[in-house]
Design a protein around this ligand. Structure first.
Ligand code: FA5
Length: 333
């Protein structure tokens, strides 16, 4: 009985099945109990001999059983440890802790600056309707920006937004003036990629609508933002620029004092760096957003975040930013 029991027990790998074997051999109906029950029918000599043998067998079986049980439990623990093993002492892991991408760092920093100025942060979808990206922004049907060459179209006519100005178009439906908003996010364009052009990049839109808003407010806000970002007083200049959704529209340039005229090839030539298109919101845009143009005026701007990051860290090629190359991104912890 012991030999048979031992063989069965040792071949079993499951705790529950093990209990069943134990019950079959050592339980009330098992052969061992049968022998012990039968003792009273035997002669005194036989009783002693068989009794001793039966007890020895019982002890041996209990031992076999316990050993196997421990063996199975240990194997289960070993397996768990092997599959869920983590070495908390490994230094290398500490180095692999991630950090915010430099574009995210810049975005959150600017969000903080504007929050301090009373702006709220607005959002909108990447996959956008023609209406919010173009029509509500006074961009006519024949405008070149709508061209298949510049805009990613889905088969159903939806598009990937080409600028964060779509966020202001949506925001005007939700909130009523006076308001001060920013809208950061990813935008997409069919571009010929080069050192300063990506097909997916980041902008940060800003829009202020109130009574008596003028170009002076625009310039003051931009100067405040730039001196916060670069931590010094920055000279700016406005040149005329054309965007259908602003009138007048400007290109805001910053003085090359930020890179001492050395940081970029553009500065070497002109002493000014083109940074940010902006302007007074076109009345048609306000009207599309349901805003009373007799009472309210506004300004808006669209900041290219990736280019700003390039300027700050003197990065010569925009394609490094989203290359996913850890040798590059681990420099910005
Ligand atoms: C616009 O997208 C306008 N919506 C900005 C605007 C908003 C004007 C509100 C007036 C009022 P533009 O196409 O110039 O404008 O892009 C704005 C900024 O995005 C650029 O100055 C530049 O910094 C950045 N940018 C444009 N194209 C790319 C690109 N392919 N890769 C990286 N950055 C880009």
């Amino acid at each position: 009985i012991v030999a048979e029991f031992t063989e069965k027990v040792n071949a079993e790998g499951d705790l529950q099945a093990l209990e069943q074997i134990k019950a079959a051999y050592m339980g009330k109906k098992g052969p061992l109990t049968g022998i012990l029950k039968n003792l009273r029918n035997l002669s005194p000599e036989e009783k002693s001999e068989v009794g001793q043998a039966a007890n020895k067998a019982k002890t041996a079986m209990q031992e076999v059983m316990e050993n196997r049980r421990q063996g199975i439990i240990r194997a289960q623990i070993d397996e768990k440890v092997a599959s869920e093993w983590v070495d908390f002492t490994l230094d290398e892991d500490a180095e692999k802790i991630g950090a915010l991408h430099p574009v995210s760092q810049m975005q959150y920093e600017i969000e903080d600056i504007f929050s301090g100025l009373g702006f709220t942060v607005q959002d909108g979808p990447h996959c956008e309707l023609d209406f919010y990206n173009f029509e509500a922004l006074n961009i006519p049907a024949d405008h070149p920006a709508r061209d298949m060459q510049d805009t990613f179209y889905f088969e159903n006519g939806a598009i990937l937004r080409t600028h964060t100005s779509a966020i202001q178009a949506r925001a005007m439906e939700r909130i009523k003036p006076p308001f001060k908003i920013i809208g950061p996010g990813k935008v997409f364009r069919v571009e010929r990629l080069d050192a300063s052009h990506e097909a997916a990049f980041h902008q940060l839109e800003g829009m202020v609508v109130d009574e008596d808003i003028s170009v002076a407010n625009l310039i003051h806000t931009m100067k405040t933002l730039l001196s916060e970002i670069f931590q010094k007083d920055i000279k700016v200049r406005l040149r005329p620029g054309y965007f259908p959704f602003v009138e007048p529209g400007f290109e805001l340039d910053i003085n090359c004092q930020i890179c001492n005229g050395k940081g970029c090839s553009v500065c070497k030539q002109t002493g000014w760096l083109e940074l940010m298109p902006c302007g007074m919101v076109h009345p048609n845009v306000l009207k599309a957003g349901g805003i009373d143009t007799e009472k309210f005026t506004g300004f808006a701007f669209g900041l290219g975040l990736d280019r700003l990051v390039m300027m700050r860290h003197k990065i010569e090629d925009i394609r490094h930013l989203h290359s996913g190359d850890l040798r590059f991104s681990s420099q910005f912890k």
